[in-house]
Ligand binder design. Structure first.
Ligand code: NAD
Length: 289
């Protein structure tokens, strides 16, 4: 099994790197927060350059496009570099994915735009969807690594940014469904309905969505709020979506409302689990009355 590099071992990266280890890869990893995040049986590198000197393919799971670009530059410019392919699983937006791909191409490194959806639980269960866009030659080289990251993969194009566009559309829908479900459940509770029974009926009716089927039962009704996805990341994703829509001059009426709500929530409770938006929505209503 070839050695695979991994940079960014947070909630999502830690789970994905562990999947590679479980599939028998030697993983060499780096996170700027320190070695405590390295999964067991993976080796910790002292910096990004050491990862680039050791692994032919490097997977990134980083907070945003600025960080992906910085890390891509460190990989490209590492002395004695071995890396020839970078798989970026981060949500960075359309323009950042193109910038990162161009930067890497200048150094002869192939780039796969490969954001993911399905949460940390999905990563552990190997049901995470990896949507990816890359030229044929890059796909042929990185597909074995993608297969060891998750069992669900969809190639959606050849050009960098195409997978990001799909990921942003997905997260706009996910953000909308969770915010709208939060308002609907607040309404039902105030009308005397039992939220668990509401969800049961909604899931057998036309209003069902990812929040009614998954996020509410697992994280809201249980009071656990532990999906492992921060509200700041969701606010970033909807903002990236709105920027990409604005570049096209596309319709954004619903998106603007949803983006403003997630930004207010991220500002009010920085770093909170995104499923807590339900409480934020309920509290806002009481406050406004
Ligand atoms: P996170 O904040 O938990 O992890 C990011 C990690 O990157 C941190 O450990 C941080 O220390 C590290 N990091 C930051 N700058 C670095 C640098 N210069 N060099 C090395 N490491 C650096 O975030 P996450 O939830 O793991 O998300 C990672 C990416 O995956 C984001 O782009 C996010 O939008 C996306 N994503 C996350 C989820 C989820 O459920 N958590 C789902 C889908 C997509």
């Amino acid at each position: 099994m070839p050695t695979v590099g991994f940079v960014g071992l947070g909630n999502m990266g830690g789970a994905l790197a562990a999947n590679l280890v479980q599939r028998g890869h030697r993983v060499v990893a780096y996170d700027s927060a320190g070695p405590a995040r390295t999964p067991s049986f993976a080796a910790t590198c002292k910096d990004v350059a050491e990862v680039a000197r050791t692994a032919r393919t490097v997977v990134l799971s980083l907070p945003d496009g600025h960080v992906s670009e910085k890390v891509a530059r460190e990989i490209a410019e590492a002395a004695g570099r071995r890396t020839t392919y970078v798989v970026d699983t981060s949500t960075v937006g359309v323009t950042a994915a193109r910038r990162v791909a161009d930067l890497l191409a200048e150094h002869g490194i192939g780039h796969a735009d490969a954001p993911v959806s399905g949460g940390v639980a999905g990563a552990r269960a190997r049901t995470l969807t990896i949507m990816y866009a890359a030229p044929d030659e890059v796909c042929a080289a990185v597909e074995p690594v993608l297969a060891d990251l998750s069992d669900r993969r969809r190639r959606v194009g050849e050009r960098p940014g195409m997978a990001q566009a799909l990921k942003l559309a997905n997260n706009f829908l996910s953000a909308t469904a969770l915010a709208a479900t939060s308002e609907a459940v607040a309404f039902g509770r105030a009308a005397g309905l039992d939220p668990a029974q509401m969800l049961d009926v909604l899931n057998a009716s036309s209003g069902r969505n990812g929040a009614t089927e998954d996020k509410f039962p697992r994280h809201v009704l249980t009071g656990h709020y532990d999906s492992g996805f921060a509200n700041s990341l969701m606010a970033k994703d909807v903002d990236l979506y709105l920027r990409a829509v604005a570049e096209q001059g596309g319709p954004d009426e619903v998106g603007t409302l949803i983006g403003a709500l997630w930004q207010r929530f991220a500002d009010a409770e920085p770093g909170a689990d995104f499923t807590r938006v339900h409480r934020f929505v309920e509290a806002t209503r009481r406050h406004d009355r």
